[in-house]
Design a protein around this ligand. Structure first.
Ligand code: UD1
Length: 417
């Protein structure tokens, strides 16, 4: 059981580099199943979730090797094996092999993913989409089985713009006969990156980044090379690190358009943010204002930044309201922040955050990835020592976080027990 130890109170200053986006690389690794041969992916962060996806691909017959930030995936010998509960439990995003396996082999059997720490996270929209493409679906004994001859293009209207459903439907549809149109598609930048990867591999997809995506089915795809976009949530987390420690951080390798929803909120909260080319400079001004936040699908404020902003607003004078519209159980960081002295009340989907002067160090537990990030940020700002248990959740989505923050002047280290 490792623990992260933070002696808080240091102002973070300096330059930090953002790694490749976790939520872009996971579907792209899934999509490589559609491209028989040797695919090369650049700027792949070294994360637990990437390791899990790589071992899932290996289990399906791919050979995966890593050299620094480059992953090579040879998908020549892949076969459609059942994806067990054990593999699904390790990472929910394992469901991203559903679309590619169905598209390439006409058959897939995966364990039901079930709920997770932040909510129930059903798969109904993924299944509705692939059913519309002609797959027959059976849900029995805890497994989802989907079968089809060749899928046939169709018009699909998503009830909510689910990121995973949009990605799975795109991946199923690229080899389908005819055209598929997804209406009310998710517009996240990671979906644009998936489109870019697949089009390089010979697919014909248009519209990612808007709410209507058109996919013209092609006969086959070939392997390709691709560089993953930078992680906008990691960038956002560093922006909050600058703000909460009264620091001054230059964040490099950012697509500034992707972080605009976060920049707007930080500016409203009194933080100085300047953007130029692929860099963002975040500086605390000494003043901070309470703000209201509602999480929304992109380009709204991302749910994956809600816990980090909760930490910041917990030490911002005044009362802030945070409404979580995407996941029903995403305030698990709140009881942990209480242990550090925060004054936050949660009523259904809204957290009422009354800013306190200071947080104080305590032993807290990371319950999920972004809750863990929020606790790191709170610990950086708190008086005294914070001990974060279960840091493996943080490792799912942040590469070398302690080292990156140490280089900015934080007193943070990992105790390996
Ligand atoms: C992805 C991200 C995750 C992020 C989330 C929302 C990856 C690997 N993960 O997760 O970091 O927090 O987007 O931005 O990219 N829903 C249904 N039925 C479905 C599918 C989803 O009701 O079939 C609901 C979910 O319960 C949730 C909402 O839709 O309330 C959004 O979920 P979704 O966009 O699918 O999230 P993920 O793709 O799982």
């Amino acid at each position: 059981m490792d623990r992260i130890i933070i002696n808080g109170g240091n102002r973070l200053k300096g330059v930090i580099n953002v790694s490749g986006a976790k939520n872009a690389v996971l579907p792209i690794l899934g999509a490589s199943l559609l491209c028989p041969g040797i695919n090369v992916i650049y700027d792949v962060p070294s994360l637990k979730d990437v390791e899990v996806m790589s071992s899932l691909l290996e289990y399906l017959g791919a050979s995966v090797s890593r050299n620094g930030k480059i992953i090579t995936v040879d998908t020549s010998n892949v076969e459609a094996r059942d994806v067990s509960e054990e593999l699904m439990r390790r990472m929910r995003a394992s469901n991203l092999v559903l679309g590619p396996l169905l598209g390439r082999f006409g058959k897939v059997r995966i364990s039901q993913p079930g709920g997770c720490n932040i909510g129930s996270r059903p798969m109904d929209l993924h299944l509705k989409g692939i059913r519309a493409l002609g797959a027959s679906i059976k849900e029995q004994w805890g497994y989802i089985t989907a079968e089809a001859g060749r899928l046939v293009g169709s018009e699909i209207h998503l009830d909510v713009p689910s990121v995973g459903a949009t990605e799975n439907i795109i991946m199923a549809a690229v080899l389908a006969k005819g055209e598929t149109i997804i209406y009310n598609a998710a517009r996240e930048p990671e979906i644009v990156d998936l489109q870019t990867f697949l089009n390089k591999a010979g697919a014909c997809i248009k519209g990612a980044g808007t709410s209507v995506i058109r996919i013209k089915g092609v006969g086959s795809l070939h392997p390709c090379k691709h560089r993953v976009i930078p992680d906008r949530i990691e960038a956002g987390t560093h922006m909050v690190a600058a703000a909460i420690t009264n620091g001054d951080i230059t964040i490099q390798n950012v697509i500034t358009e992707h972080i605009e929803p976060m920049v707007a909120k930080l500016r409203e909260a009194g933080i100085d943010v300047e953007m130029e080319n692929n860099t963002v400079h975040v500086r605390a001004t000494g003043k901070r204002y309470a703000i209201d936040i509602r999480t929304m699908p992109y380009p709204g404020f991302p749910t994956d930044m809600q816990p980090q902003m909760t930490a910041l607003l917990s030490v911002t004078p005044g009362t802030s309201l945070i409404t979580e519209n995407i996941f029903e159980n995403r305030f698990k960081h709140v009881p942990e922040l209480h242990r550090m002295g925060a004054d936050i009340k949660v009523e259904s989907r809204t957290a009422v955050v009354c800013g306190v002067k200071k947080l104080s160090g305590a032993t807290v537990r990371a319950t999920d990835l972004r809750a863990g990030a929020a606790l790191v940020l709170a610990g950086l700002a708190a008086e005294g020592t914070t001990v974060i248990e279960c840091p493996e959740h943080i490792d799912r989505g942040y590469e070398n976080l302690e080292e990156k923050y140490r280089q900015l002047g934080a007193d943070i280290y990992r105790e390996r027990v």
